[in-house]
Design a protein around this ligand. Structure first.
Ligand SMILES: NC(=O)c1ccc[n+]([C@@H]2O[C@H](COP(=O)([O-])OP(=O)(O)OC[C@H]3O[C@@H](n4cnc5c(N)ncnc54)[C@H](OP(=O)(O)O)[C@@H]3O)[C@@H](O)[C@H]2O)c1
Length: 237
């Protein structure tokens, strides 16, 4: 499988938030066809227009309600807060196309239930990504990725969101083909290297790292990311 430009649209579910918009911007620039999903189609269209303006006239970006976005794509990027993840997936289940790939970036932050953003919640299944895998149709492959990227840097703080990121993306999945496609998408973001993080169960570790990075960001007023060193060149994409 390959995420060929303008062939397989990527639906970014909850794509009106900072992470979804940042990923959509970077992928639109790289030639991918993007559908921004939202609970509100007008909000989706507004976000799509903002990305289009930043990415340029050649970019292919549209916006629609989440279920319509799911139905129009078989690569789904889920970028919603943990507290909304389960209910949204239950609602979207009938709209998800057979054989789709769902890439989940959800971090189960305690902030969602009034706690600290630098702490996480225990998830019965082990991770937010494993919770997602329980809720999607059986033939949907779930991939965990993009947890450790700063949305601020993706969108650009003092630029148009075109500066390279100094960050690796660890990709976890039980489906090697879906993981490879996700690593290809990650590598389309300038500066990002994608790494095979093994099975989906390892998502619990990658999700936790984000809480640690948030704590560092609060202490140092920064936008921390991670780099994994010491692997042979072939391990990095
Ligand atoms: N921000 C980052 O730097 C970053 C980095 C790595 C990972 N993450 C993780 O990625 C996810 C998205 O992050 P974010 O900062 O972009 O999140 P966000 O701004 O809080 O939410 C993203 C979008 O999700 C939708 N949404 C909010 N509450 C919802 C609910 N209860 N049910 C359904 N949809 C809901 C909203 O879109 P509509 O109202 O338009 O539907 C919102 O714009 C989170 O799980 C976060 O922990 C974030």
């Amino acid at each position: 499988m390959s995420a060929g430009a303008a062939v397989r649209p990527i639906a970014v579910i909850g794509g009106t938030g900072p992470l979804g918009m940042g990923l959509a911007l970077r992928w639109a620039r790289a030639g991918e066809t993007i559908i921004i999903g939202s609970r509100d189609p007008q909000r989706a269209q507004k976000a799509a227009a903002a990305i289009q303006q930043k990415a340029g006239p050649q970019a292919q970006v549209s916006g629609m309600e989440n279920a319509a976005a799911c139905a129009a794509a078989d690569i789904l990027m889920l970028t919603v807060p943990f507290e909304g993840q389960a209910a949204l997936l239950k609602q979207l289940k009938p709209a998800i196309t057979e054989g789709s790939i769902l890439i989940d970036a959800t971090v189960p932050l305690a902030a969602g239930v009034g706690g600290r953003a630098s702490r996480t919640l225990g998830v019965w299944q082990g991770s937010a990504a494993q919770q997602a895998a329980e809720l999607v149709p059986k033939d949907v492959s779930v991939v965990a990725a993009f947890h450790n990227l700063s949305a601020d840097l993706l969108n650009g703080l003092e630029d148009q969101g075109d500066a390279p990121l100094d960050c690796d993306v660890i990709v976890c999945s039980d489906d090697p083909d879906a993981a490879q496609l996700t690593r290809e998408l990650a590598a389309k973001i300038p500066g990002v290297r994608a790494l095979d993080g093994g099975k989906l169960e390892n998502a619990r570790i990658v999700e936790q790292i984000t809480a640690l990075l948030i704590g560092m960001n609060i202490r140092h007023k920064g936008h921390a990311g991670i780099r994994v060193t010491g692997l042979p060149p072939g391990a990095y994409r």
